[in-house]
Write a protein that binds this ligand. Sequence first.
Ligand code: URA
Ligand code: CA
Length: 434
Amino acid sequence: MRMVDLIEKKRDGKELSSEEIQFIIKGYTDGAIPDYQISALTMAIFFQGMTESERADLTMSMVESGDKIDLSKIEGIKVDKHSTGGVGDTTTLVLGPLVAAVGVPVAKMSGRGLGHTGGTIDKLEAVEGFHVEIENEEFIKLVNQNKIAVIGQSGNLTPADKKLYALRDVTATVDSIPLIASSIMSKKIAAGADAIVLDVKTGAGAFMKTLDDSRELAKAMVRIGNNVGRKTMAVISDMSQPLGFAIGNALEVKEAIDTLKGEGPEDLTELCLVLGSHMVVLAEKAETPAQAREMLEQAIKDGSALEAMKTFLSSQGGDASVVDDPSRLPQAKFVYELEAKEDGYVSEIVADAVGTAAMVLGAGRATKESEIDLAVGLMLRKKIGDTVSKGESLATIYSNFENVEEVKERLYSSIKITASKVDAPVLVHEEITE
Ligand code: URA
Ligand code: CA
């Protein structure tokens, strides 16, 4: 096989075979095929697209390019959840204990990463003593025992995707649905998921800004998953504003605890119930999403979801007393209110910009080397559609430095107020099962 012939084939809109795709991904991972040929190929894919079987082959070739996590010693169907990214997305912290409480095994491999706030692991480290440096055996034992454990990323997962993503980033080929879909799915499958629930965000703060694009991405991922034998479904949810109120590490841990107590923000609670219901169904612990939802609501009501959170935290060295006393979480030195300058209705909360304001406070990493301040961040006091009176708080700023003028300015320009009534955005747009 010659790479140049395969580029030509894709350029002319023909379908690549399984063997050809395996040859490309193996050659690229090994270094036998150079970046410039893969650049030409990804550009051809950008214009010509990929068929369903090409997408499945690309996904599985990337899975095979590195280590795969073996979760076979964990009893039950391992359902993973993936969100396509957003601002203040606390769903993972809620969903883990919530579905574990009804018997769904949650074997989560998580990362730190760059962003407005830390990743799931950073957030959990706001709990004194909590750590994810555990051996694989311990991890598996904990999931079998408690139905939930989190381990840090280890091993060499999907190296082909890492190389390809970095190359796409500098060749204007990130925005290709088949390439995005196979990139995301390859990582979930390599991490050991038997079934996958996807939370595809849509709106100003999301990777996909329009409902059409989000739907197309969701469908592409659901098809890949089902074509490679992993039951997969997707929920398209709103990210035109941040989810919940908290944006920050310790603040989000507290918000997750509140939600598990049944006292969380309405939107976060609802999305967790929707996503959680599908996880429970895919794990075959309930027949229908409605039945699953009842089980989850019951777990919140009777305290078993909260109990699962405590067990989870203490099993990994964490101080579980934060669940009853969240004031034990890291606290910021300075607290300021962002007072509304006029009366009206909140019409916009630009999620990206609010996220950046939290990052300026130190809640997230701008570069890999940045240190996160777990105590700081923002609590929104209003959501789109809410009425506001002049002087009322739009958000609370938790900071470890005294001067927050820049943060305030950023927030004032991203939280917009109008005189006329505004409807709250729809939270769950669609559910895609194929
Ligand atoms: N996220 C990914 O993991 N891969 C992509 O290609 C795009 C977003
Ligand atoms: Ca939140």
